[in-house]
Design a protein around this ligand. Structure first.
Ligand SMILES: Nc1nc2c(c(=O)[nH]1)N=C([C@H](O)[C@H](O)COP(=O)(O)OP(=O)(O)OP(=O)(O)O)CN2
Ligand SMILES: [Zn+2]
Length: 144
């Protein structure tokens, strides 16, 4: 059966600060530089979510892109767009994860994976990749 990859891209704006509370202020400044500025800074994040699967002969689709749009809305856009990642997203606020793009890609993966599990339990569709552009130059890919 042919494996096909389906991607949807969204953009969201969020602020954050790179800071490890277990380190001293000086160590934080040394490691994170300007990204440790106490009042934070913002990004226009671009995120691509790719799923893989075989084409359902009944629909001609791997997965309905409208369903993928809803998954992305619920797991990324609603909780993160125009938010402060460190204060508004529980994985960063409560679990001590530093809001690097690496960690953000894992948080997004986990959220989508959880939702896909409940929405697509009987389907062959799998989450394949989360790709985030923090800036035009800084890009992170996570494949689970
Ligand atoms: N491994 C990581 N390193 C850094 C991350 C990250 O998520 N993972 N994030 C940052 C900052 O959030 C920062 O906003 C990006 O820094 P920087 O590349 O300096 O920002 P610019 O793209 O604006 O850089 P210019 O070279 O000035 O264009 C830092 N490191
Ligand atoms: Zn940043």
């Amino acid at each position: 059966m042919a494996m096909v990859y389906l991607t949807r891209r969204e953009t969201f704006c969020a602020s954050h600060r790179l800071h490890n509370p277990e380190l001293s202020d000086e160590e934080n400044r040394d490691i994170f530089g300007k990204c440790n500025h106490i009042h934070g800074h913002g990004h226009n994040y671009v995120v691509e979510v790719t799923v893989s699967g075989s084409i359902d002969p009944r629909t001609g689709m791997v997965m309905n892109l409208v369903d993928l749009k809803h998954l992305i809305h619920e797991s990324i856009m609603a909780p993160m767009d125009h938010k402060n990642l460190d204060l508004d997203v529980e994985e960063f606020r409560d679990e001590g994860r530093i809001s690097t793009t690496e960690n953000l890609s894992i948080v997004i993966w986990e959220r989508i994976q959880r939702l896909m599990g409940s929405v697509l339990s009987s389907s062959s569709v799998r989450l394949f990749e989360v790709k985030i552009w923090e800036t035009e130059k800084n890009i992170v890919v996570y494949r689970g």
